[in-house]
Design a protein. Sequence first.
Length: 134
Amino acid sequence: IAIDIQYLWYINNDKPINFYTGFGPYLLFGRSRTNRSDLFVNPNSLPSTRTEKYSTNEFGVGLSGVVGVEWFAAQWFSLHSDYSVVLKFQEHNSESINISTNQPNAPIDLKSTSYNKYWSLNNNGVNFGMSVYF
């Protein structure tokens, strides 16, 4: 879930075509969990199983900025396009567990974890939209 709130300033708001710019806070929360189990049957050996568990958590905080243009086709309706960027600090941690058994009494357990902190500057591309004003 990303929350991006921006305060906008219109440069020439008395004309049909308006340019705007703005900035505001950016928050990011993410969580993912995946579990998977497979059973392998081979006629020449004992059945084996594999269980995979994967989880990630991430949190980010930063500042977003936007520049755009809006055309008012009518007083109550406009089309707009903008380009935005986000500068954020992010923490990301993940854990992966793989358990494989070739025989019921001899499981093989592989576990890996990672924890990363980093700054990033991302563009959100060009967005197009329309607005209806009441």
